[in-house]
Ligand binder design. Structure first.
Ligand code: NDP
Length: 252
């Protein structure tokens, strides 16, 4: 069952589409006020409008997690509108596939900047809020969206997998700093989920291979992933579903 999330203030990165959008919508449905971060303003406004139309509270904040000033400005806007936050979902990510042999330093850099440094930048931005919330006896959550790619090997996605392995181990290590201060760190590792993620690869052969894998085993809906996230943050504060792999049953 879900706990009512009324009174909680959430930030969801990558909330313009896919898993982040679904998480934002569900958290708002459960009563949380939700700040939506991503780069595409139009898409963010659409998600915010959907939440508001459903009676929820949403704040669309255009932000690029690879940019210090942009994240700092986002924090200021969120604090001004909502005050400190107690639930951070680090979801923004990019997945670009090519053989390592192609030497696509540009893609590697983008994935590392977004999936690893971006996550760290967002953690840095909200650590003070989370620690303070927990110190006041309120539930405080950091949720990092990793991937089964952190454990399984997919051809042509070595660097993506490495960035996700970094996220998973970061969550693991952070628990040693945050756990004793009652900030709960949850790492969610999705399998195949229907979203725009795989559309960003510029190598048609590689994206065709992924399409083939998806067709073979099917995908989870973004809403099904959101359900997992909402469940984890709805446990009593001392219960930590630390690492959750959520995959289609047919995905090996
Ligand atoms: P989407 O492409 O739909 O979502 C990614 C989101 O991240 C978009 O809203 C995008 O918005 C945002 N984003 C990308 N770069 C930045 C940036 N620099 N700053 C701020 N926001 C950014 O794909 P998913 O929903 O599938 O992906 C969400 C997360 O789930 C990712 O971390 C992904 O790695 C992970 N995941 C997904 C799986 C899947 O099968 N779909 C499987 C395992 C993990 P905008 O472009 O407007 O900035």
């Amino acid at each position: 069952s879900y706990e009512n999330l009324t009174g909680r203030t959430a930030v969801v990165t990558g909330a313009a589409s896919g898993i982040g959008e679904a998480v934002a919508v569900l958290l708002a449905e459960r009563g949380a006020r939700v700040a939506l971060l991503a780069r595409r303003e139009q898409r963010l406004e659409e998600v915010a409008a959907k939440i508001t139309a459903g009676g929820g509270s949403a704040l669309a904040v255009v932000a690029d997690v690879t940019d210090d000033a942009s994240v700092a400005a986002a924090v200021a806007r969120i604090h001004e509108a909502y005050g400190p936050v107690d639930l951070v979902v680090n979801n923004a990510g990019v997945m670009l596939g090519n053989p390592v042999e192609a030497g696509r330093l540009d893609e590697w850099q983008r994935m590392i900047d977004t999936n690893v440094t971006g996550v760290l930048r967002v953690i840095r931005a909200f650590t003070g809020d989370l620690v303070a919330a927990a110190g006041e006896g309120r539930t405080a959550d950091l949720v990092d969206i990793s991937s089964v790619g952190a454990h399984l090997a997919f051809p042509n996605y070595a660097v993506y997998g490495a960035t996700k392995a970094a996220v998973t181990h970061l969550s693991q290590c952070l628990r040693t700093e945050f756990g004793p201060r009652d900030v709960r760190v949850t790492n969610v590792e999705p399998g195949f989920v229907e979203s725009e993620l795989r559309l960003h690869t510029d190598n048609a052969e590689v994206s065709g291979q992924v399409d083939g894998m998806l067709e073979a085993v099917g995908t989870l809906a973004a809403e099904e992933l959101a359900d997992v996230v909402a469940y984890a943050v709805s446990r009593p504060w001392h219960v930590n579903l630390r690492q959750i792999m959520a995959m289609p049953t047919r995905q090996a």
